[in-house]
Write a protein that binds this ligand. Structure first.
Ligand SMILES: [Zn+2]
Length: 94
């Protein structure tokens, strides 16, 4: 129930408006969502969300991987190969 401060209840105008567009606007709004093509919330996780790190051997950035979930903080190399190279280099240095 909508009451105006004047004390005048605008029943006439309301009914006139309702008859103007019978339930067309809500239906259109719901449909436009589907017409946009893509769903509003994609389930895919974006790559940008993953943490990245610079490989200490090849100096290239690499992204977090599931196999590193346990010891991501100790991961320094992008691949097994770089890990081997890094260890070898470290040994030769000393
Ligand atoms: Zn690397």
């Amino acid at each position: 129930m909508i009451q105006k401060p004047d004390g005048v209840v605008s029943g006439e105008t309301m009914s006139a408006r309702a008859g103007d567009a019978p339930a067309a606007s809500p239906g259109r709004a719901g449909r436009s969502l589907f017409l946009s093509g893509k769903p509003p919330m994609p389930k895919m996780r974006r790559k940008a969300d993953l943490p990245t790190r610079i490989c200490t051997v090849c100096k290239r950035p690499f992204a977090w991987r599931r196999k590193w979930a346990r010891d991501w903080q100790s991961v320094k190399f992008c691949s097994e190969r770089c890990r081997g190279d890094g260890r070898r280099a470290a040994r030769q240095e000393g």
